[in-house]
Design a binder for this molecule. Structure first.
Ligand SMILES: [Zn+2]
Ligand SMILES: [Zn+2]
Length: 142
């Protein structure tokens, strides 16, 4: 995503445009798997130009989450929340318990079941979480 596009997006959500926010948003939008704040921090602290405090990363992620640009994936790695771009579509993931790799699953297997459950019980379902754990092909080969 171009920096102009990101700027516009920030503006539309009432987020002040800063270089650090741009960096993190751009990074998350290119990343196709959830990532922890610590991992983001590690990536940016490698370069002098992009260096920022871990608390800054947390603060920015918090702002993005509140404004709906980013969401917590619902998956915790070593007790830490992971974040991903809010794709506006609902999705689930598979997690490898050996290397912590996270793979998105296309579509939602509970789609039909959720509406069935809602209709048959009168329960107004707001959200659901589904976590699939296993061992990825790479780790199985090891
Ligand atoms: Zn693995
Ligand atoms: Zn689902």
């Amino acid at each position: 995503m171009s920096s102009e596009k990101i700027k516009e997006l920030f503006k539309s959500r009432g987020i002040k445009n800063t270089q650090q926010r741009q960096l993190i948003y751009d990074f998350l939008s290119k990343k196709n798997q959830p990532i922890t704040a610590e991992e983001i921090y590690m990536v940016f602290s490698k370069k002098e130009k992009t260096r920022m405090n871990l608390s800054t990363v947390y603060r920015i992620l918090d702002t993005f989450t509140k404004k709906g640009l980013v969401q917590k994936s619902g998956i915790n790695i070593e007790g830490k929340s992971t974040y991903e771009i809010n794709h506006m579509d609902h999705r689930h993931h598979m997690v490898c318990v050996k290397c912590n790799k996270i793979l998105p699953i296309k579509g939602c297997p509970l789609d039909g079941y959720e509406s069935y459950l809602g209709e048959s019980t009168g329960f107004k379902i707001i959200e659901h979480h589904l976590e699939i754990k296993g061992i990825c092909p790479d780790c199985q080969r090891k």
